[in-house]
Ligand binder design. Sequence first.
Ligand code: IMP
Ligand code: MG
Length: 336
Amino acid sequence: MIDVVVGGFFGDEGKGKIAAYLSLADSPDASVRTGSVNAGHTVVYDGNSWKLRSLPSAFVNPRVKLYIAAGALIRLDVLLKEISETGVHDRLCIDRNSGVIEDKHVSFEQSDSVMKGIGSTGQGVGAATADRVLRRLKLANEFKELNGFICDSLSELLDIMDRGGRIIAEGTQGYYLSLYHGTYPYVTSRDTTASAILSEIGLGPKSVDQVIVVFKSYITRVGEGPLPGELDHDEMVKRGLVEKGTVTGRLRRAAPFNVELALRAVRSNSATQIALTKIDALFPENKNVRSWEKLSREAKRFIEWIEESLKVPVTLIGTGEDVLSIIDLRKHHKIM
Ligand code: IMP
Ligand code: MG
């Protein structure tokens, strides 16, 4: 049984928080992370805060085995630091075929004018992906620093599925940053759809139980490229929507929730559920609320509008920073 978690806008929708919540609420057997270090997932739990760029956010549950997919790209320094910060040494598996970003990839991106024009995070991900396509990128099993962690992640994940286990597949970035389906050329260097995430892991579409598309209650975008309904800075401040990027610290651009964009992302990902985060940013009186009944009338109306427009149930509603600041309506919608 697989739950796939993907972003529906331009990244930073709160996928990390949702994956971490699912790991605590559902106690899956495993969680597998795709993508690379350009994507930062923030996890706030129990008074601590982590900014993860390589590890699955599901690490917060110590019983969950963690995987880095064959199609993912890692950077040794970033990954080793995260391993020591989270203490997951004995339950981490890095696929032998994960690609490794080296210093030359980072220097290339930081000096290349095309990458600068796109507003790339400059983390070497696109350059390493290009080398992988040219079949000259080094893979994880070539690095002795990773010796104790290397495995065949796909065969372990398939075994978990054969035993009837549960797996969370953690996507990175958002639908409109997809290399194929996003706002090219202002996109990242990979496809960010649910299908592509499965392909990075090696799992087939019929193994999926739930596709959870995560939207924030408003849109943010870092870097260049179109953003329908973009607010100017004063308006962002007035509405309390000012955010900074996890990886780069850049100010995020912001716009109101856009049903048209959301609908395309929902349909293209074959979403079965929607997670809606940061409802407390739009309706502050709902901060840390944990039941539907306690939401304000305006917040309920906003959520119902999204549900009616997208024709997919909003099952998880984020009401605060902490992983557990969530309203979980999956039982109500008979999804669990
Ligand atoms: P790159 O993937 O680092 O080359 O960046 C290309 C574009 O995607 C830039 O506009 C980045 O800001 C954006 N981007 C890449 N990864 C993320 C992410 O995880 N969250 C939000 N934006 C991202
Ligand atoms: Mg992020």
